[in-house]
Design a binder for this molecule. Sequence first.
Ligand code: AQP
Length: 337
Amino acid sequence: MADFTPRVFSGIKPSGGLTLGNYLGAVKRFVDWQDRGTHECIYCMVDLHAITVWQDPADLTRATREICAFFIASGIDPERSVLFNQSRVPEHAQLGWIFNCVARMGWMNRMTQWKDKAGRNAEAESLGLFAYPALMAADILLYHATHVPIGEDQKQHVELTRDIAAKFNHDYGVDFFPLAEPVIESVAARVMNLRDGSRKMSKSDTVDATRINMTDDADTIARKFRKAKTDPDPLPSEVAGLEGRAEARNLVNIYAALSDVDAESVLRDHGGEMFGHFKVALADLAVAKLSPISAEMRRLTADPAEIDRVLARGADRARGIATPILERTYDIVGLVR
Ligand code: AQP
């Protein structure tokens, strides 16, 4: 395998308000990668993915700017990391088409997110939703990214990205695309729905009480945690005691991720407490960590022109990496340019 520059790529879909899951499972980790300084970091608002399901145009624009503000407010520095929206770099769609011709229908049919989202109504879904993982492979491979920090739900898509890279390299007899590594770290790799511990917290869930939004105020955060589903038993003192208690495990994991410790350490401090008590501590912690971020998001979104300038600069830098990789791909495939 050729030597590739250590490079991180990841993205967030502007498909609604942002959740605590997006923060703990994704952006908080993105900041860690940036601050570690070992990899070049590229972070993207994947707006072409968002439109695989219907988006009101004004909401899409607003959500894209809001995510940019969220990245910056959480600690992403647009000078140190490359920050941009996908549609501004047309090479994503161009490489996405080539990968549509590499990926196999059978591979796509096996994607659990496709099965979950399309459900029994697959006939009525967009072709884009089905092909989504091939475009995601293009997002990653357009930068020859070596590492992809993601939440647990995206692992299968990064594995498919590796399959696409391997098939492309094999079919054309080259060693051109890296096999990118999915990186799933932290106790919050899967933040669950506050009302049903078997489903993930999701920004497009129709019931707002199931999630903490990054824009929720202190009272709303406290109310949602207070009403979060739990069981009548006290917190155990050891992680083994969370077995079969999905909702309890979720709240402990959220507490651990927000305070940068592991679940064992949370249970050492809070084991034996009733949930009424623990939920108050959790709400206080969440408000202390999230309020500065949401205040900064409000300040940044008040100046959309400045956000658009940040995105335009980021897109120029992204194209500086993407264009030669796409040109080389065209040459390998035999497309005359
Ligand atoms: N609940 C979660 N726990 C941990 N990580 C999560 N991520 C999303 N939800 C959780 C991670 O956030 C990154 C960006 O995700 P996305 O917005 O591009 O898409 P998604 O995973 O489909 O998120 P949603 O909230 O469920 O969006 P909708 O409802 O529109 O489909 C990814 O790294 C993801 O793993």
